[in-house]
Design a protein around this ligand. Structure first.
Ligand code: NAD
Length: 269
């Protein structure tokens, strides 16, 4: 497909699929890619009318095709269908962003087995299945970018997050393995490892924690949430979007197998 935003007739638009992009970080990465001229396929759960309104608004703002597919990342056949849909509608999946993720916090002896299975399916296995579906097309074209949204928890642990930490360490392993397998195929595979990111999820957590502990929201930010981050600053979805656009670019051609921290110094300690 030719880009409406590009005057060069020879330029063929590249297409991106971003899992879990109806909210938070995924939405920010989809926005950044669309504004940089990539066609995007959104994915994720939420209110159908709100998703459609966001899809249309992004298409209007960016002037690129913006599509939506509602695949459930726990279902391998739906993940394959997401990649097939994007390929059918746009012609290719050149950039695959694996972002969908969920969290559950509990001590290991109380950790519900169903939550363990769900977190491993969404945060880890979906990364395997989507890469498996997208790689043949990327190989055929000799070009691809796989960007996995991991976490500081791909590198270090925190208590009570056994499934999340195990899954994100697994994502780090997939990232490095796939990078090696595809090193000579023109396809890179990298992971972004944020610390705390201000998404609606975290914003609610701040207000709730302040109420529960009887301290100010500023105290919650500094002394509770950002205790692990030396900068005492959140990473923003726009910053993650900018790194995503860079990883998708030609300039990142020789970066692969990297775990890129955006964590305010958390994992430097
Ligand atoms: P979020 O809850 O705002 O967004 C999660 C997205 O995943 C939503 O679009 C949701 O609909 C989608 N999703 C959930 N289950 C799904 C399923 N079964 N199938 C398809 N889509 C599904 O969360 P976020 O904070 O934006 O997190 C996005 C990613 O970033 C996750 O992988 C998370 O682990 C990671 N991360 C978040 C932070 C943070 O502080 N927010 C830090 C490090 C890493």
């Amino acid at each position: 497909m030719k880009s409406k935003r590009c005057d060069n007739e020879e330029y063929t638009m590249k297409n991106a699929v971003i899992t879990g992009s109806t909210s938070g970080i995924g939405q920010g990465m989809a926005r950044a890619l669309a504004m940089a001229g990539y066609a995007v396929v959104l994915n994720g759960f939420g209110d159908a009318a709100a998703i459609e309104a966001d899809r249309q608004a992004l298409a209007d703002a960016a002037g690129v095709p913006v599509l939506y597919h509602g695949a459930d990342m726990t279902q391998p056949e739906q993940i394959a269908d997401l990649v097939a849909y994007a390929t059918r509608e746009l012609g290719s999946v050149d950039i695959l962003v694996n972002n969908a993720g969920v969290q559950h916090v509990a001590p290991i002896e109380d950790f519900p087995a169903a939550k363990w299975e769900q977190i491993l399916a969404i945060n880890l296995s979906s990364v395997f299945y989507s890469i498996q579906a997208a790689v043949p097309g990327m190989k055929q074209r000799g070009w691809g970018r796989i960007i996995n949204l991991a976490s500081a928890h791909a590198l270090v642990a925190s208590p009570y997050k056994v499934a999340y930490v195990a899954a994100k360490h697994g994502v780090a392993g997939i990232t490095k393995t796939v990078a090696l397998e595809l090193a000579e195929a023109g396809i890179t595979c990298n992971a972004i490892c944020p610390g705390y990111v201000k998404t609606p999820l975290v914003e609610h957590q701040i207000a709730d924690t302040a109420r529960a502990r009887g301290i100010s929201e500023e105290d919650v930010r500094r002394d509770v949430l950002l205790k692990a981050q030396p900068t005492r600053q959140f990473t923003t979805v726009e910053e993650i979007g900018a790194l995503t656009v860079f990883l998708a670019s030609e300039a990142a051609r020789n970066m692969t197998g990297s775990l890129l921290s955006m964590d305010g110094g958390w994992t430097a300690q």
